[in-house]
Write a protein that binds this ligand. Structure first.
Ligand SMILES: [Mn+2]
Length: 407
């Protein structure tokens, strides 16, 4: 028997993206109908933030989309980080029902899927599913520590998680036992999780808000799943594990400026190979979402500078104009659109240049901002007992100024 999953993640539903999300979700719904999946996964960050109960929020869109997808196949949702999926914002969906069952979990769970009946079960089935929502430290200590019999207060979260994934692995192996070289045909093991796997690559636009627990690939492999359907990292990517494969499906729409990679949803096909192993085949289906580009341009006089790069065609373009207040005021939004023709949409930001107090030629010529700070200290007769602290601060300020993440 074959097993097909439609793997999505990081929907980030929110009023601010509502129209675009509505359009792409309708597109996903139509594609899902033609794909005949056995299971549809939303691997965390269903919501972008806490939603209000009114017609302007994304609650209606989220509810309608999940219900519509459940007409196609059973739907499984896991909770993402607290910043996005607030406690209690996910589990209630378990109590809703469309054409097929919907389950939504905020804590670790082991469930099964029966492929013939299109139904979840707690007792057994064709597919064993390990559900692992976002593990905060408190969550690890309260929930998983209990599951593996370790006192969370005295163990490192990473060690607990390592032991936890090993217990999942033991369950996976137990589930597989039987004829056919140690594995029953038509039996698959799936992991669904929302967390940061060590070595995964962030997209251009994404910055992680919270301090993540980094889960090593080796731990993930220990769980002995045939496939891990992951959420959390918005750039789609997959990697091999000691046992099975894992993939971040990524966001289905461009959420942040700087996200230039194409967006997609993933079809996962699992089949029995003749040697008793499971073949996992991944197909990316691109979604009709526009890349989000950001261009910095200097305004001199009333002219937008020419060193502005290329590649903005058909993107959602943000143009950040820098210059004196007078120069910026002289540039109309309309002339920005003329200067960058063919973008899908435009957002114009005007950032006035900061006049520096110290205009000494030698200071201006110094290369780095930390050097300038020390020169300024010297020039103004100030001293510091904490030069390292000042340097660190200056370096962070400089990297911020250059738009890098100072971590
Ligand atoms: Mn996310």
């Amino acid at each position: 028997m074959d097993f097909r999953i439609l793997h999505t993640a990081d929907w980030h539903l929110d009023a601010r993206f509502l129209e675009e999300q509505k359009g792409i979700l309708a597109w996903i719904q139509a594609r899902a109908e033609g794909l005949f999946p056995d299971l549809i996964v939303v691997a965390g960050d269903l919501w972008h933030t806490a939603q209000e109960l009114n017609d302007q929020s994304a609650v209606r869109l989220g509810f309608d989309a999940i219900r519509a997808l459940s007409d196609v196949a059973p739907v499984l949702i896991v909770k993402g980080n607290n910043e996005h999926d607030r406690p209690g914002s996910i589990s209630w969906l378990t109590h809703t029902k469309g054409g097929h069952p919907i389950v939504a979990y905020e804590s670790p769970k082991r469930i099964f899927l029966n492929l013939d009946e299109n139904a979840f079960s707690m007792e057994g089935g064709d597919v064993l599913i390990h559900v692992v929502p976002y593990p905060t430290k408190a969550f690890v200590q309260a929930g998983m520590a209990q599951a593996v019999g370790i006192d969370g207060s005295t163990e490192e979260a990473v060690k607990i998680l390592d032991a936890y994934f090993k217990t999942l692995g033991a369950e996976s192996m137990q589930f597989r036992e039987g004829e056919f070289e140690g594995r029953l045909p038509g039996k698959f093991v799936l992991g669904v999780g929302h967390f940061n796997v060590g070595g995964s690559v962030l997209g251009n636009g994404q910055t992680l808000v919270s301090q993540d627990i980094m889960i090593p690939k080796s731990s993930l492999g220990d769980a002995a799943c045939d496939y891990w359907a992951l959420g959390h990292i918005h750039k789609q990517q997959d990697f091999a594990l000691t046992h099975g494969r894992a993939r971040y499906a990524g966001t289905f729409f461009h959420k942040d400026f700087g996200e230039l990679e194409g967006k997609s949803i993933t079809v996962v096909d699992m089949t029995d190979a003749s040697d008793g192993k499971v073949l996992v085949d991944l197909t990316e289906i691109p979604t009709p979402s526009k890349a989000m580009m950001s261009i910095d341009a200097t305004v001199e006089g009333t002219e937008i500078g020419t060193d502005v790069g290329a590649g903005w065609k058909d993107t959602k373009l943000r143009v950040r104009l820098r210059g004196t207040r007078e120069a910026l005021a002289a540039v109309q939004d309309r002339s920005v659109e003329d200067r960058f023709p063919g973008a899908y949409s435009y957002k114009v930001e005007r950032i006035p240049s900061i006049e520096r107090d110290i205009r000494s030629k030698t200071i201006q010529d110094r290369r780095s901002f930390p050097d300038q700070v020390f020169d300024w200290l010297e020039a103004t007769g100030k001293t510091t007992d904490h030069p390292n602290l000042v340097r660190k601060f200056a370096e962070k300020t400089e990297s911020l100024y250059q738009g890098e993440n100072p971590s």
